[in-house]
Design a protein around this ligand. Structure first.
Ligand code: SF4
Length: 85
């Protein structure tokens, strides 16, 4: 059986709502969980791979330690100069 990185996610046992809240305290708590997550690198990589394919309404939740706005900014910074074809 293949081991899936998400099986090790620190958020598996967290209160799910904190990852999808706009409340600053919830975002801070979610980020703290991400900071100690053993698969944070894999999670963020997966999110960033999908980032460019997402519409604005599909971007929500703290993932890989970043908010949707932070992921969008990271994506823009990493893809500056690229043009959509
Ligand atoms: S980095 Fe955060 S959102 Fe991603 S799996 Fe870990 S705890 Fe969950």
């Amino acid at each position: 059986m293949t081991h899936i990185w998400a099986d090790d996610a620190a958020c598996r046992d967290a209160v799910e709502g904190i990852f999808f809240s706009d409340a600053p305290t919830a975002i801070a708590e979610a980020k703290q969980i991400c900071a100690r997550c053993p698969v944070q690198v894999q999670c963020l990589a997966a999110e960033m791979e999908a980032e460019g394919k997402k519409r604005a309404y599909a971007r929500f939740g703290v993932r890989g330690g970043l908010t949707p706005a932070e992921r969008a900014a990271k994506y823009q910074a990493e893809h500056v100069g690229e043009r959509a074809s």
